[in-house]
Design a protein around this ligand. Structure first.
Ligand SMILES: *Cc1c(COP(=O)(O)O)cnc(C)c1O
Length: 461
């Protein structure tokens, strides 16, 4: 299995290289040269299997010879061993044809643990074999960073630096990043918003000298390994609901488009997915793009679902690549236009996108009202991101079972949940002492050279 860039100008890589590299040298994102498919029989055989077994079947065709079969099984087992639920991604029924896929039973209480814990294991295994060491730099709106720090803390072959927007992450998210004591993990509070942090990380990757000097590696949602890990729970949940004999739809609370794009891959692999519904908060660039065909950058408005406060949605480039019939030059052209403020998707490409993706948006009031209503009517306490999902999903319920992805635990965003319900959501017992641990924070200005210097100084010691 070989990996190509969405912009068509970067070296073709193996799975291992694509995973360790993150962003391609032409500024594009890596995608598999072709998407493998699973037969109806292979999908049917997943019924009743463990999450780990399904994960192996779904991901094995993508990894080539990077790991042996036994080692790959082992890495999957290690990745999910620390989860607080035996099913890993359990389904809960909300209404006759509406289900919640609980993706928050990992160590940092958000779905990003599914990808990050596996990436951590795969990085350590690959680097230990080659004797290399890398520096991971990532930007986060809160959940990616905590998941990365949790997944990589204490590993030998990796230093991790996470840039987060100062004052714009929840206290639980911040504490999950700032309280680990291992010397290989560093949380940097940047004066700026998430897009500023993400842009600086992109700039570091495009600074080839720096990239070489610190042996830069990325685990942001652009990393192909992360997208791949997220494909698995589309299979596990759809099979529980009767796939491959029955179609299933999904509503996905979306920011960087990584999670919902994983659903597209599942569909291409042969899973009978009817609709993939993109659910956004008031930062609705994706919803607007699907409605109008015009992708124009606005400014980020802080919301109660901060992990979706995004105006530049990096993985959308992958969706565009397939919508343009895998034409890297067309994607590169649109991304150049984006630097100047925006672009218009061609008619053919927007038709292709609308074929796969539906969309909707939830205002702050609608999000909060959904949290209130779901406790009252369904007995479920939702995090604000999940509530964006259920609000949007309701407009798309029909005869096909709808699965809304519950992307975080309500205790990760306690203020918004308490305001909407009067209930203070408690942390699971395994992390109840989070508020008592000491924090370690580095403050930094929105200044690329200054942050590059912090990174160089820290890895030198
Ligand atoms: C990251 C995140 C999202 C958005 O996921 P994308 O893959 O960026 O679309 C939604 N909800 C929560 C809780 C998140 O942490």
């Amino acid at each position: 299995m070989r990996y190509i860039s969405t912009r068509g100008q970067a070296p073709v890589l193996t799975f291992e290289q694509a995973m360790l590299t993150g962003l391609a040298r032409d500024g594009g994102l890596y995608v598999p040269e072709s998407i493998p498919t699973l037969s109806t029989d292979q999908i049917a055989a997943m019924a009743g299997q463990s999450y780990e077994e399904i994960a192996y079947t779904v991901m094995r065709p993508f990894i080539g010879d990077t790991f042996s079969d036994d080692q790959f099984r082992d890495l999957i087992a290690q990745a999910y061993a620390g989860f607080g639920h035996a099913a890993r991604a359990p389904l809960v029924q909300l209404a006759p044809n509406h289900f919640l896929l609980e993706l928050f039973h990992g160590p940092t209480l958000a779905f990003k643990d599914f990808a990050m814990k596996l990436i951590g294991q795969m990085f350590e295994a690959a680097l230990t074999r080659s004797g290399d060491r890398v520096t991971i730099v990532g930007a986060t709106s809160g959940d990616t960073g905590s998941a990365a720090i949790e997944a990589f803390r204490g590993l030998d072959a990796v230093d991790v630096f996470i840039l987060y927007p100062h004052g714009r992450v929840s206290e639980v998210q911040r504490r999950q990043m700032t309280t680990p004591t291992e010397s290989n993990v560093h949380a940097i509070a940047v004066d700026g918003d998430f897009d500023d942090c993400q842009a600086m990380v992109k700039d570091m990757f495009n600074d080839f000298q720096f990239r070489e000097d610190v042996r830069l590696a990325g685990v942001n949602s652009i990393n192909w390994g992360r997208v791949l890990a997220q494909v698995v729970y589309y299979f596990s949940s759809a099979v529980s609901l009767g796939a491959p004999l029955r179609e299933v739809s999904f509503t996905v609370p979306t920011g960087n488009f990584g999670d919902v794009f994983a659903g597209f891959i599942a569909k291409q692999m042969g899973l009978p997915i009817r609709d993939l519904v993109v659910a956004t908060n008031t930062n609705d660039i994706l919803h607007r793009t699907l409605e109008t065909g015009a992708y124009t950058k606005g400014t980020v408005t802080p919301t109660i679902s901060p992990s979706m406060d995004i105006q530049v949605s990096s993985n959308f480039e992958r969706a565009l690549f397939y919508a343009y019939g895998q034409d890297g030059a067309a994607v590169a052209g649109q991304m150049d236009d984006l630097k100047r403020g925006g672009f218009t998707v061609s008619q053919g490409a927007i038709d292709a996108l609308r074929e796969t993706y539906k969309s909707g948006r939830a205002s702050e009031q609608e999000t909060s009202d959904a949290i209130t209503a779901y406790v009252r009517d369904h007995g479920e306490l939702l995090c604000p991101h999940t509530a964006v999902g259920t609000h949007v999903a309701e407009a798309h319920l029909g005869t096909t079972p709808m699965v809304t992805l519950a992307t975080a635990h309500p205790a990760k965003f306690p203020a918004a949940v308490e305001r909407a319900t009067g209930i203070h959501p408690p942390l699971p017992p395994r992390m109840a002492d989070l508020y008592d641990r000491d924090e370690r924070i580095t403050r930094a200005a929105h200044d690329l050279p200054a942050i590059q210097k912090i990174i160089k100084d820290r890895i030198a010691t």
